[in-house]
Ligand binder design. Sequence first.
Ligand SMILES: Cc1cc2nc3c(=O)[nH]c(=O)nc-3n(C[C@H](O)[C@H](O)[C@H](O)COP(=O)(O)OP(=O)(O)OC[C@H]3O[C@@H](n4cnc5c(N)ncnc54)[C@H](O)[C@@H]3O)c2cc1C
Length: 288
Amino acid sequence: MIPAEFQYATPPTIPEAIALLQAHQDAKILSGGQSLIPALKLRLATPPLLVDISRIAGLTTLSEAGGWLHIGALVREADLEESPLVRSRYPLLHDTSHVVADPLVRNLATIAGNLAHADPANDHPATMLAYRAEVVATGPSGARVIAVDSFFTGLFATALAHDEILTEVRVPAPMAGSGGAYLKLERKVGDFATAGVAAQLNLDAAGRVQQIGIGLTNVGPMAIRARRSEDVLRGQSPSDALIAQAAALAQEDCDPTADLRGSADYKRNMVRILTMRALHKALERARA
Ligand SMILES: Cc1cc2nc3c(=O)[nH]c(=O)nc-3n(C[C@H](O)[C@H](O)[C@H](O)COP(=O)(O)OP(=O)(O)OC[C@H]3O[C@@H](n4cnc5c(N)ncnc54)[C@H](O)[C@@H]3O)c2cc1C
C-alpha cells in the first residue's frame, strides 16, 4: 500500500526537533524507518508530520566512559555488529544485533528506535532488561534518565512523552567475571522471534553468581524480566539443577499467545529450553 499523505521535516538540532514535536501533537519521530515505514505503508500509522532525526549531529556515539557503554540514538545495528568493542566486551549485545532481521534492515535500524518502538517481538528490550540498561530521554525541560525496568509500560508503549526523544542508551560496563548470551528461536533467518532469551551475569572469585539479569522476548505483551529465575541463581554456585529450576520458573512466568509461530504451550517450553541454553552459554563466557 501507499502511505497516507504526510509532511516531512529534517531538523538539524535536538531543540528544533523537540519544538516541532511540541507544535504537532500527532507528529512521529522517524529514525531508521524500519518499523515506522512499514506501519505507514500499511496505514497502521497516519501521522501528519514525520520529524526525521537522522541528520542531527552528535547522536552516533558508541564508546565506553564512566562505567557505561554509551549508544547514541543514531547508532545502527550494523555499527554494533561491526564494533570490536561490542564484540569483545558486550557479547550479549553483539549476539542480539546479529539476529535482528537481516543485513539490509540492520544497516538502517537503530537500537534507540528498537526500544522506542516497544514491540514485544523486538530483540533489544529483553537484552536491555538483562543488562539493567538505562535510556536518556531529552525533552523541552532537558534530559532525564530512565531505568529500562520502568521504560516499557505496555504493548508498543513506553515512558517517553510525546515531545521526548530517546537520545542515548546506556549499558553498564561489564565487571570482572561477566558473561552474557542471547538466544532466539526463529522460523527462518530474519524472522521475528518465536521466543528469545537474554542472560547476563557475573561470577565472584569463588564462582558464585553475583549479579544476574534474564529477559524474555515475544512471550508477553512486552519484554519480560524473569525475576524469579534470577533469584534462584543469585548468590549461588550455578549447578545444572539450579539452572533447570530457573528455566522452569521462566516457563511459568512468561505469558505467550498462540499464533502462526506456535501454540502458547510450545512457546513456554521453548522459553525453558532457551533459558537453560542462554545461562549455560553466559556462564561459559563468564568463565573464559
Ligand atoms: C523485514 C524486517 C524484519 C525485522 N526483524 C526484526 C527482528 O528480527 N528483531 C527486531 O528486534 N526488530 C526487527 N525489525 C524491526 C526493526 O528493525 C526495529 O524496530 C528497528 O530497530 C526500529 O528502529 P528504527 O531506527 O528503524 O526506528 P523507526 O522505524 O524510525 O521508528 C520506530 C518507532 O520508534 C520511534 N522512534 C524511533 N527512534 C526514536 C528515538 N530516538 N526517540 C523516540 N522515538 C523514536 C518512532 O517514532 C516510531 O514510533 C524488523 C523490521 C523489518 C522491516
